[in-house]
Design a protein around this ligand. Structure first.
Ligand code: SF4
Length: 416
């Protein structure tokens, strides 16, 4: 088992802070495998959308003030999509300014913007860096031109290289590249070549995801019609295992099931999710987990913009309830919060700090899951590492990592 990349701060000490997710739903074209809330052909809405987004950020900032009336501390901001690099730098600057006016954003907050290599040029990137965005996450996906085309991506391998060079020229020293593996008919040689060329670019962070065939996508229909055959689980496992070895040899530390980083470059925003800490989402279809509720905004761009009425003013008591842009809202039961905290933490190499878990839920984990822990430990799928109470951590073993979903299921509350 690799050693944890960082010693986790005790998550329970961060429960009164938030991370801010901002959804930008515009794309040039829709990729064949994509089920994200993203739309081609709606760029004409951009200016109205940014106005609505800023209104929502301000409303959330007011509603989420601390008990003493001061703005809530915000540790990270993440522009996700869609293709946030389709925003003008001036629009990104306005959104960040609204966030800073509405929340107590840490001076060194990680501010990430997802970018499509096909939508970047140097001038834009320099302007983006000047807005305070300090981390770029680029959807590279593959270095194989044929596979990129098959996925419906608009960029070429050469554009990934050019985008990386432009990012460095624009002083981005924290850049992630996303890749997808286990594509239909993808060979191991293609995957090896993609990883080699990715490593040559020396990104600070890599996210690798196996292709999932999602309902409502063209890919799903192709598979259903039998014109496309998904890669087998064995092929996916071989590619994953190869990536683990190749990236470790190149000096990257795996800190989560799908994520690798150079030291100090773990994605702080995504760590908020895996540590099951509060986050607020703004924008079409954005999700939030805050004050014991999980909720989401209207997905269609037009519905979202129309719902941000000037008189929509959530308060500390009503934040997260259906109304304004919020169309779905559920209370998070304690058993669900407990299970989620364990399952999400097990995705991380650092695992779950048992003393912190006990402090957060006023109960040792063994009081709830003794049987499951004994069984999974006996099977060699999880382990409790560390000797003193303060640093005992529950983690997946190397074997457990290969069958993570089966381990996670054991921690689900009854009926889930
Ligand atoms: S660029 Fe990303 S968000 Fe947009 S359609 Fe493709 S995969 Fe989906």
């Amino acid at each position: 088992m690799p050693t944890p990349a960082t010693r986790a701060p005790a998550p329970s000490t961060l429960l009164d802070t938030i991370s801010l997710y901002l959804h930008i739903p515009f794309c040039h074209t829709k990729c064949h495998y994509c089920d994200f809330n993203s739309y081609a052909g709606l760029l004409g809405w951009r200016s109205r959308y940014v106005g609505a987004l800023i209104s929502e950020i301000r409303a959330l900032g007011e509603a989420a003030r601390s008990a003493d009336g001061s703005p809530r501390r915000c540790r990270t901001i993440f522009f996700g999509g869609g293709t946030p690099s389709l925003l003008k730098a001036s629009e990104v600057a306005e959104v960040i300014a609204a966030a800073r006016q509405s929340f107590a954003v840490d001076g060194d907050a990680e501010i990430t913007l997802e970018a499509n290599p096909g939508t970047l040029e140097y001038g834009h990137l320099g302007d983006l860096r000047a807005t305070g965005v300090n981390r770029l996450s680029m959807g590279a996906q593959s270095f194989d031109a044929g596979l990129l085309k098959w996925m419906g991506r608009i960029h070429s391998p050469a554009e990934i290289v050019a985008a990386m060079r432009s990012a460095r020229d624009a002083s981005f020293d924290n850049v992630n590249l996303d890749f997808i593996f286990a594509l239909p008919d993808q060979t191991m040689a293609q995957w090896r070549d993609t990883l080699d060329r990715a490593i040559d670019l020396a990104p600070d962070h890599l996210s690798l995801y196996s292709l999932i065939v999602e309902p409502t996508t063209p890919l799903f229909e192709w598979v259903a019609a039998g014109t496309v055959t998904p890669a087998s689980e064995d092929v996916a496992a071989d590619m994953y295992q190869y990536a683990q070895e190749r990236l470790a040899a190149a000096g990257y530390v795996q800190y989560e099931i799908s994520n690798w980083a150079r030291d100090g470059r773990q994605c702080q925003h995504n760590l908020t999710y895996w540590r099951n800490l509060p986050y607020l989402g703004a924008g079409a279809g954005a999700h939030s987990s805050y004050a014991g509720r999980r909720y989401s905004d209207a997905r269609p761009v037009a519905d979202y913009v129309a719902a941000i009425a000037p008189d929509w003013r959530p308060t500390a008591a009503t934040i997260g309830l259906v109304g304004g842009p919020v169309v779905e809202s559920t209370k998070i039961a304690r058993a669900e919060a407990v299970a989620e905290t364990i399952i999400l933490a097990l995705r991380l190499n650092e695992g779950l700090g048992l003393a912190d878990f006990a402090a957060r839920f006023s109960c040792p984990i063994e009081a709830i899951y003794r049987a499951q822990i004994d069984q999974l430990t006996g099977w060699g799928l999880i382990e409790i590492a560390g000797s003193r109470d303060g640093d005992r951590r529950l983690r997946l073993t190397e074997r457990g990592r290969l069958v993570g979903n089966e381990v996670f299921e054991r921690f689900l509350p009854a009926g889930k």
